[in-house]
Design a protein around this ligand. Structure first.
Ligand code: FBP
Length: 324
């Protein structure tokens, strides 16, 4: 078993709660995410064989067509998170309304999730992922729909999973980002990336160049500057593009454009969690106008432009956009 000499995710979380760094409840939420992702990665890898590809024929709150695996992944994570007994509410890309666990069923955490990110890549065997933002319920709070509209800066943890050539779970807590790779033999996640810091040098820029024709002039100028300085990589799955750039140095940009004034990506379960990971790893996340973590949310499924990655390059890009 390749995990033999490695710390497993469970061992890592147990040691943190033993050291009093983090309470057990958060550890249980992370393990519920890990358990769900094991089921999802299995479904993703077997989907064509099980005739589980294709769409449900429905659209979600963002008017995206829901893939069958989107819906299955959502059900899987809602089940594992509710069963862990530590979650008070879940906000999900594929569900119009929050799932709220009242009374003693509900625990102390609020989870916002994109259960399967990169929908356009699901049927073509390209890397996809799952994204989670984790907030702590306010003391004595009776959770309702508004309880999910929290500032990104109030997150206590964030995590994402990449289903690529390997399955990797990245967990961020305050000033601490680690990566765990799934050992498909033992079914356990093992520590493979002990202390992730975004490299000083930016190597890649990731953006859909096909949108350049619908960008305003300042944003077009900003993207052109990135093109002149860095090598392009764009998978079309936010998680996969972000993960590469986090490990190798890079910037991801999905700015606003003429038809999408708020961009394409969602604040609560895409921009906030990955922005939190980026910041804990020494990077930055902006809408092009303000820090993502400072955006006061109005709606569960609201969108935001997103510029994410090496801090100095994010700041430069934002300065060009703001300069008008
Ligand atoms: P979902 O798949 O979760 O809806 O996420 C949106 C997304 O697929 C991102 O993963 C990706 O970065 C972006 O849209 C790709 O958009 P486009 O196809 O316009 O480049």
């Amino acid at each position: 078993m390749v995990t033999k000499n490695r710390t497993t995710l469970q061992e890592y979380l147990s040691s943190r709660s033993r050291e009093g760094i983090q309470n057990d409840g958060l550890g249980a939420v992370i393990m519920a995410i890990a358990e769900g992702s094991c089921q999802v990665q299995q479904q993703v890898r077997q989907a064509a064989l099980a005739d589980a590809l294709g769409t449900t024929g429905e659209t979600n709150a963002s008017s995206d067509v829901v893939q069958r695996l989107d819906a299955d992944s959502s059900d899987i994570f809602v089940e594992t998170l509710s069963r862990c007994g530590q979650v008070a509410a879940i906000g999900c890309e594929e569900k119009e309304d929050p799932v709220i666990f009242a009374g003693d069923v509900g625990g102390g955490y609020i989870v916002l999730m994109d259960p399967l990110d990169g929908s356009s890549n699901i049927d073509v065997a390209v890397s996809i992922g799952s994204i989670f933002g984790i907030w702590q319920k306010k003391p004595g709070e009776t959770v309702n729909d508004d309880s999910l509209l929290r500032l990104g800066s109030e997150q206590v943890a964030a995590a994402y999973v990449v289903y690529g050539s390997s399955t990797v779970l990245v967990l961020a807590t305050e000033n601490n980002v680690r990566g765990f790779t799934l050992d498909t033999e033992s079914g356990a996640y093992a520590l493979t990336h002990p202390d992730i810091k975004i490299p000083d040098n930016c190597t890649y820029y990731s953006t859909n160049e096909g949108n350049i024709k619908v960008l305003d002039e300042p944003t077009k100028k900003a993207i052109t500057l990135l093109r002149d300085k860095y090598s392009q990589r764009y998978v079309g799955s936010l998680v996969a593009d972000f993960h590469r750039n986090l490990l190798k140095g890079g910037i991801f940009a999905y700015p606003a454009d003429q038809s999408r004034k708020d961009g394409r990506l969602r604040l609560m379960y895409e921009a906030n969690p990955l922005g939190y990971v980026a910041e804990q790893a020494g990077g930055a996340a902006s809408s092009g106008y303000e820090r993502i973590m400072d955006i006061v949310p109005q709606e569960l499924h609201q969108k935001t432009p997103l510029i994410l990655g090496n801090k100095d390059v994010v700041d430069e890009t934002v300065a060009v956009i703001k300069a008008g």
